[in-house]
Design a protein around this ligand. Structure first.
Ligand code: AMP
Length: 618
């Protein structure tokens, strides 16, 4: 696709509903629109400047806030008051980022490890949402300046692995910046749109979108047919990107000059200086063989081979993710018709070579990898504006979603890799007579027992009218909307009592965690089966104890003293078995209790029948 570098400051633009596409990136952000005349997506830029706005915010002592290139200058001179990579903090707790805390030269607040992180600058505290809002506000103002028209509506992209909390935080940032966020779109989905793949309805193809940006990595496999984009699988790592390449280079140099990690930690200016030069070297080596610069009494040098060696393990990780994505989709590399390259880091020749080597074909890199996502977001914005009604976008859920049922078991309502938007519902009932409340606990994960999965939310359906156990019909429904946000509702169908919740988990899962959860579900499959069988046996045992107790309370007259004792003994034995981990023991005790109580049930039935007959006048 031809890239059109254009300044649309003509004043002739009078589109009623201008919706812009925004790529809110970890390193850089930008805005794109569909050009009103050429109908092509274009990234907005002022004159000869770059379309990219560094995702950096600087705060000065007087309270002035600078965003973008101007703020980036302060990374070196005023690192404590300069916030970069805020996207990495979106929807995260300190615990989530603690391993990477040394990466941030500004102060990330860590006094309460469980709550969402805040950044302290001077005596002020900012949430990642507020920091992102500063960037979005700057983008909005720039767009308005270039387009000479108010910009109030936007489509914003997020990495495919962003969870509900992170998507919501992004949406909130948009709102704070004065934008009506019409849709949150996955970056790989936008990228494929930017390549125009699928616009020809006759085309049927399977593609891989490899997105290596500054801070995140995503691989997504898309099946495109009849103008429908379907994400078959996604994989990735939200802590892997070009920033890590920079860090590898910094490590190489500091090692060379005997500068300890501790020294670097103490001296923010030195650290940032190295970081900026490492990035410069990396970019330079995309087009040259050797880099060299004199700085602080040192000559920093790097050649392409050394650089390739430093980043080989990082590239290897992305290839491993690609392998997992293929396995998830049930595909092999040969099934992929084309590969789309996204993100500034895909300019690194070693990255291109590794990816094309893995898939066995040349990669697509004709669209500027820094702009491709924003251009796709502009196309999505155009679709939402009603200009391209034929397209439908489908995404998927990375992990299964379900609720806790009896015995702490996970009951999956929406399986992993389900296409979204999606809906699912199932009926449940009460365990106790007259039970007025029912707790709904929502979990995410692949394991059979909820304790091994991740709790997303919990709420109670209150005010269920008194009914015998098993009679209420509680319909629990899950709805994942097009933004990937989960809405859970519970409704008692007989009474109409209803309760719902929008699931905004407190913190996000890193890709590594998602991977670990999947891996655990495979390694623990056998244990899980046994645990499930034990949990089911316990539930059955508890139910039988309950029923027997109820029966005895009502029909004690029908049992002899001996029978009463035998029953009490069998019940006790079962109760004891329930406290142990032996499924077979529980089952045998259930069997014994059944043996004893079966005749009572027949007797009770006879009594009821004869009672009914007696009551009748013959
Ligand atoms: P993005 O998040 O897509 O904006 O990607 C930004 C990342 O791409 C940063 O880590 C940049 O250092 C990196 N990058 C930009 N240009 C180049 C280049 N020419 N060669 C290597 N990496 C680059």
């Amino acid at each position: 696709m031809a890239k059109i570098a254009i300044n649309i400051a003509t004043g002739s633009l009078q589109q009623a509903d201008m919706i812009v596409g925004i790529d809110l990136g970890t390193t850089n952000s930008l805005v794109a629109i569909i050009h009103p005349e050429s109908k092509q997506p274009v990234a907005l830029k002022e004159h000869d400047s770059s379309s990219l706005v560094p995702s950096v915010v600087h705060f000065d002592e007087t309270g002035n806030i600078a965003v973008g290139e101007e703020a980036r200058e302060y990374l070196e001179t005023d690192p404590q008051n300069t916030v970069f990579s805020a996207k990495r903090l979106m929807g995260k707790s300190y615990r989530d980022i603690s391993e990477n805390a040394s990466f941030f030269s500004y102060r990330v607040i860590d006094d309460d490890t469980d709550s969402l992180v805040k950044v302290q600058v001077g005596d002020k505290f900012y949430s990642p949402t507020e920091l992102s809002a500063f960037i979005l506000k700057e983008l909005k103002q720039r767009a308005e300046h270039i387009l000479k028209t108010p910009v109030t509506k936007a489509v914003i992209t997020v990495p495919a692995y962003f969870n509900d909390a992170q998507r919501q935080a992004t949406r909130d940032a948009g709102k704070l910046a004065g934008l009506d966020v019409l849709r949150i779109v996955n970056e790989p989905t936008a990228a494929s749109l930017a390549y125009g793949i699928g616009l020809d309805r006759e085309q049927e193809t399977t593609i891989a979108v490899y997105d290596l940006g500054g801070g995140t990595f995503d691989i997504s496999l898309l099946r495109i047919a009849n103008g429908i984009f379907e994400v078959l699988s996604t994989n990735g790592n939200t802590y892997l990107g070009g920033d890590d390449f920079d860090r590898a280079v910094v490590k190489h140099w500091t090692h060379q000059f005997n500068i300890s990690d501790e020294e670097l930690k103490q001296n923010h200016e030195l650290a940032q200086g190295f970081r900026l030069r490492a990035e410069e070297a990396k970019k330079y080596l995309s087009h040259h063989d050797t880099y060299s610069v004199a700085w602080h009494n040192h000559v920093l040098e790097l050649d392409r081979d050394t650089f390739d060696g430093l980043i080989a393990p990082l590239i290897g990780q992305t290839i491993e993710c690609s392998r997992l994505a293929l396995a998830d989709a049930g595909l092999t590399a040969a099934d992929i018709d084309s590969i789309v390259m996204v993100g500034g880091s895909t300019r690194v020749p070693a990255v291109k070579n590794a990816v094309s080597g893995f898939f066995g074909k040349a990669v697509n890199d004709t669209v500027n990898p820094d702009e491709v996502v924003a251009l796709g977001a502009a196309i999505q914005a155009d679709i939402l504006a009603g200009n391209n009604k034929d397209l439908l976008l489908l995404d998927i859920t990375p992990l299964s979603l379900g609720i806790e049922t009896m015995g702490g078991l996970m009951d999956v309502l929406i399986p992993r890799n389900a296409k979204i938007p999606t809906k699912a519902g199932r009926q449940y009932t009460t365990q106790k007579d007259g039970q007025g409340d029912m707790r709904i606990s929502v979990y995410q994960g692949e394991r059979d027992l909820v304790k091994d999965n991740r709790k997303l939310a919990e709420f109670s359906l209150k005010g269920i009218p008194a009914m015998p156990a098993g009679l209420p019909k509680v319909e629990v429904s899950f709805l994942i909307n097009a933004d990937g946000i989960l809405l859970v509702k519970a409704k008692e169908l007989r009474s109409g009592v209803e309760q719902g919740i929008e699931v905004r988990p407190q913190y996000g899962l890193t890709d590594a965690e998602v991977e670990k959860m999947l891996l655990d579900s495979i390694t623990h499959a056998k244990d899980d089966m046994q645990a499930r069988a034990l949990a089911e046996a316990r539930t059955e045992g508890e139910q039988i104890l309950g029923v027997t107790e109820k029966f005895i309370a009502k029909n004690s007259g029908l049992l002899s003293g001996e029978e009463m004792i035998a029953t009490a003994e069998a019940m006790q034995a079962l109760q004891l078995a329930l406290t142990m981990e032996d499924k077979n023991l529980i089952q045998s005790k259930i069997e014994s209790l059944n043996e004893i109580s079966r005749p009572f049930a027949e007797r009770a039935m006879d009594a009821a029948v004869s009672g009914a007959l007696k009551g009748k006048k013959v």
